[in-house]
Design a protein around this ligand. Structure first.
Ligand code: PAF
Length: 283
């Protein structure tokens, strides 16, 4: 695997390649990232991964400074798996040589809700860096995990509206045996919090079970899930049942007609904020 730090070196490595499959990451790689690379390998050649902790998508009180930076270990993991041909690991000066005054502003009805409501500017930061990374790598395929469901949707919509020739592939959420979705932020959890953390997914599964059993009052299901987590010590940002296709709030007729739904959640355990979601197709 070649490790490059500049856009020029990256372009040298990729000259003439028309089927590049790309996996953008912020590093601290775990099994979920490695699965994204495997999927990329099935859909293109060569596979390019990037590691860049993007300051633009962190709020002023978020964890940019303490976000784990583990480049050496990440390189070892990628070398071991042998799926990636080029790792692009730019520094901040390379990605932002001047203040990034042109930025991509996602539409409010997609980028301003849920994560966008609790993390203002997050999707602007993500869209801007993803567009820049796409312009550096020029992939034909890019892989994103479904754990960041809204991010996946924002990126898909951006590509569609800007007519970018990049096919966005989604990888299923990768979970630990107890159901906790893998995330670099899980390492912040204290042991007792780690033991409690699978409750987030268990709560989403409970919502799914109640829908399958015939519940149609989505607001009541959300409220019940929220108070269940709150009673266990979670600070819930949101639990929301939405349409899969646009994350809009489904109306009664759609629910009766079996509109595909997704339940999304974000909640804090101590100082650690976790997100998760579950697609619900038959209810
Ligand atoms: O999901 C992530 O790791 C980041 O949001 C991404 C897509 C690499 C952009 O910085």
């Amino acid at each position: 695997m070649k490790v490059v730090h500049t856009i020029e070196e990256l372009r040298d490595q990729l000259r003439g390649q028309l089927r590049v499959a790309f996996v953008p990451t912020m590093g601290n790689l775990h099994q979920a990232h490695l699965s994204l690379m495997k999927l990329a390998r099935q859909h293109g050649d060569p596979v390019v991964a990037s590691i860049f902790v993007n300051r633009l998508q962190f709020g002023p009180n978020e964890d940019f400074d303490r976000y784990p930076r583990t480049l050496e270990q990440d390189i070892e993991k990628l070398e071991r798996e042998r799926d990636v041909y080029v790792l692009f690991a730019p520094n901040e000066r390379e990605m932002y040589p001047e203040p990034q005054s042109f930025q991509i502003q996602p539409p409010t009805d997609l980028g301003g809700i849920l994560e966008g409501e609790f993390r203002p500017g997050f999707f602007t930061g993500v869209s801007t860096v993803v567009l820049k990374l796409f312009s550096c790598v020029q992939p034909s395929v890019a892989v994103f995990g479904k754990k960041d469901y809204q991010q996946l949707m924002v990126v898909r919509n951006m590509c569609r509206q800007f007519q970018l020739p990049v096919n966005i592939l989604a990888h299923e959420t990768v979970r630990d045996q107890d159901g906790l979705a893998l995330s670099s932020r899980n390492m912040y959890l204290q042991p007792a919090e780690r033991a409690e953390a699978p409750q987030l997914y268990a709560t989403l599964q409970q919502v799914q079970a109640e829908l399958a059993a015939g519940s149609t009052d989505l607001a009541a299901l959300e409220a019940q899930a929220r108070s269940h987590l709150a009673s266990r010590g979670w600070e819930v940002d949101y639990i929301a049942l939405r349409r899969q296709r646009d994350l809009g709030i489904p109306v009664d007729d759609e629910i009766q007609a079996g509109e595909p739904l997704v339940v999304l959640a974000a909640a804090k355990l101590g100082a650690t904020r976790l997100i998760d979601n579950l697609e619900i197709c038959k209810h």
